[in-house]
Write a protein that binds this ligand. Structure first.
Ligand code: ATP
Ligand code: PAU
Ligand code: K
Length: 244
């Protein structure tokens, strides 16, 4: 059994895998890290490997307490990945984006793929059918957009995510909801349209904390899977064992 841990910018998501089967998911914060890992290991005593991908400020030392009972793998860009990395700054490429790209190659072989991760930040990653990782885009996520409007103005309130009823916002809250939600939906559909002018065929994978909210609002057909990073992390580790 394998415990994979995705340390994001806001939250930590963990999952226990038996082979390719996802048994259970856990979501928690950095402060509760050790306690949660302990509880998971108590519940799943057959876990032998702990696989971590971190873009947050959680380092390898945070898992040292489990070093004696588990094999700990902290995924890094030195590990083997199933694509050629064409990013011109490969050392600064987020490890979450590398794991997502690996997952796209494993789950959707021999085709062009666009991965959209709607988390704290939204990332776009394109991997062509010859498994070249080309790059993509980074933009603020849904919640970050609401927070930025509030934090960097004097008058705008901090609102919780809500579906806009109208295109034309007829009040301050409705203008914000239309701007943030409609704006992001048009942005994603717009990106997909632009990619279509360069690649006649590609599949689109949508993942991250806002997957379900966004999936039903997009024009384009996508594979929505909020567990895609966790699944990809499991596959990346299997690949590492075979290729190291
Ligand atoms: N409890 C929650 N805390 C924070 N964000 C949440 C929560 N529930 C849903 N969300 C939504 O999820 C989005 C954040 O996604 P996610 O949880 O994947 O981010 P993350 O943990 O920082 O991961 P990453 O850094 O990989 O993006 C926010 O835009 C927000 O709308
Ligand atoms: C863009 C984020 C914050 C998304 O989690 C992460 O992938 C990251 O810190 N990336 C580093 C910059 C880059 O990917 O080019
Ligand atoms: K993200």
């Amino acid at each position: 059994m394998i415990l994979v841990v995705d340390v994001g910018n806001t939250r930590i998501k963990a999952a226990v895998f038996e082979g390719a089967i996802l048994l259970e998911i856990f979501v928690f914060t950095k402060i509760e890290l050790e306690k949660n890992i302990e509880n998971i290991l108590n519940k799943f005593q057959k876990v032998a490997h702990l696989v971590v991908s971190s873009v947050g400020d959680v380092e390898k030392q945070s898992f040292l307490a489990f070093d004696s009972v588990l094999n700990i793998c902290f995924v890094s860009n030195e590990d083997p990945f199933p694509f050629q990395n064409k990013y011109t700054t490969p050392k600064t490429l987020g490890i979450d984006r590398m794991v997502l790209a690996a997952g796209a190659v494993f789950q959707f072989p021999n085709q062009n793929r666009l991965v959209i991760d709607a988390g704290t930040c939204i990332t776009y990653d394109f991997i062509d059918h010859q498994n070249n990782y080309l790059g993509g885009a980074i933009t603020p996520g849904l919640r970050l957009r609401y927070e930025s409007l509030h934090n960097y103005t004097a008058k705008l309130p901090l609102l919780a995510l809500e579906s806009p009823k109208e295109l034309i916002g007829n009040s301050t809250p409705n203008s914000i909801h239309s701007g943030v939600v409609n704006g992001l939906v048009y942005e994603i559909d717009g990106f997909i349209t632009e990619y279509s002018t360069r690649y006649s065929n590609f599949i689109i994978i949508l993942t991250g904390g806002d997957t379900d909210f966004l999936a039903k609002r997009l024009k384009n057909t996508i594979f929505a899977n909020s567990n895609f990073l966790l699944e990809s992390l499991n596959q990346t580790f299997q690949y590492k064992i075979k290729n190291d």
